[in-house]
Design a protein around this ligand. Structure first.
Ligand code: AHG
Ligand code: MN
Ligand code: MN
Length: 361
């Protein structure tokens, strides 16, 4: 081909096709040192897990025994689906003999799972929610997987993984996979948030969006309003506020990953507050809320428990839960302001009534 001729395929488009997840992670690490190689290798294995889960999900309706419940209950007291177990085992399998991950902790396992052959060299722990939004599996709606990577600290001789009980700022990387019309892999290693779409013909995740920035404000509020009767008055006030103001729209899919992805790209707020039956809410800190909180901050947004930055929360146990308010800065601030105003008003009322009772005496 002569230089003067137009290339058949523009160079940019070829470059883009060649920007695979593993290449991107190495570029992000900006070096080829052993740690960069490790993180890149971990992402590759996670991508393999994502492809295996995506394949199973896409064929589940045609396979015997892929859908439905196992009949078991997990440590959370929730009914386990066959797909939860399949995906849980996939993440374990892809890290066997990897020399990367010594320990995995998941929603579906009461205690951390060790891969002893990796432990002499593999100093990383993978925390994950293998299938997020399991209630969507049997009706062919979107689900996800969420992951977080932390460095193991100490030898963990009693196998209790107490070193994991640290704030979300200790995460080295986090991300999720969204199994929707296409399979999307979103990750951060603390240098922005990037998304990749699975090209099934190549079997590769190809860069879709680099350095995603969440809008400062969005129209969407995403909450299970069926819990209204169980919420604190402050949350009910916020919900009444959005009901009475123009410019808000509700979206809730029952799968956090899908709802989060919409908000990451288009702005708004996802909220899962505490309820009377579950004062800490439903979502698990280490493998649901904290990984997404890392992503949202990396994208310029915010995550809070209502009263505290989510990434500052130190869990007291592996499966600890926290309320979650996550999304655009302005929208999370607005929810938080309802919570703090309500708390202030309550303490003013308490103050007045204690003064009144002192006066009576
Ligand atoms: P999981 O399927 O991993 O248990 O997570 C379900 C979570 C989350 O995906 C979703 O946002 C939320 O639970 C939905 O809960 P409700 O049905 O209580 O709204
Ligand atoms: Mn989940
Ligand atoms: Mn799950």
């Amino acid at each position: 081909m002569q230089n003067s001729q137009q290339p058949i395929i523009p160079e940019q488009s070829l470059d883009r096709d060649c920007t695979t997840l593993s290449r991107h992670v190495l570029q992000q690490c900006a070096s080829f040192n052993p740690e960069a190689q490790d993180i890149s290798a971990i992402m590759n294995r996670l991508a393999l897990a994502a492809k295996l889960v995506a394949r199973r999900l896409s064929q589940a309706g045609l396979m015997a025994g892929a859908l439905g419940f196992t009949g078991e209950t997990n440590v959370q007291g929730e009914s386990v689906k066959k797909m939860d177990i399949y995906a849980n085992d996939v993440f374990i399998s892809v890290f066997k003999q990897s020399g990367l991950v010594c320990r995995l902790a998941s929603e579906e396992m009461e205690k951390p799972y060790y891969i002893p052959e990796n432990c002499p060299v593999g100093r990383y722990t993978l925390l994950y929610d293998p299938i997020d939004g399991s209630s969507n599996v049997d009706i062919n709606l979107n689900v996800g997987s969420i992951f977080s990577i932390r460095q193991q600290q100490g030898e963990d001789l009693d196998g209790e993984a107490k070193d994991l009980l640290q704030s979300g700022d200790k995460q080295i990387a986090s991300g999720y996979v969204l199994y929707g019309p296409s399979t999307v892999f979103v990750y951060s290693i603390g240098k922005g948030v990037h998304s990749f779409v699975l090209d099934p013909s190549l079997g590769e995740f190809i860069l879709a969006d680099e350095n995603i920035r969440i809008p400062e404000h969005g129209a969407v509020y995403s909450a299970n309003e069926g819990n209204y009767w169980q919420w604190d008055e402050s949350i009910r006030e916020y919900i009444r506020y959005v009901h009475r103001h123009e410019g808000y729209t509700a979206r809730y899919s029952g799968a956090l990953v899908g709802d989060f992805h919409r908000i990451l790209l288009q702005g708004g707020v996802f909220l899962y507050p505490g309820t009377t039956t579950k004062p800490e809410g439903k979502l698990r800190l280490l493998y649901e809320s904290a990984p997404l909180a890392m992503l949202i901050e990396q994208a310029g947004g915010k995550a809070s428990t209502g009263t505290q930055r989510l990434l500052d929360v130190v869990p007291d146990k592996l499966h600890a839960r926290t309320p979650l308010f996550i999304g655009s800065n302005q929208d999370v601030d607005l929810v938080n302001s309802f919570i703090t105003d309500w708390a202030r008003r309550q303490s003013d009322i308490d103050e007045i009534s204690s003064q009144e009772s002192v006066a009576k005496v």
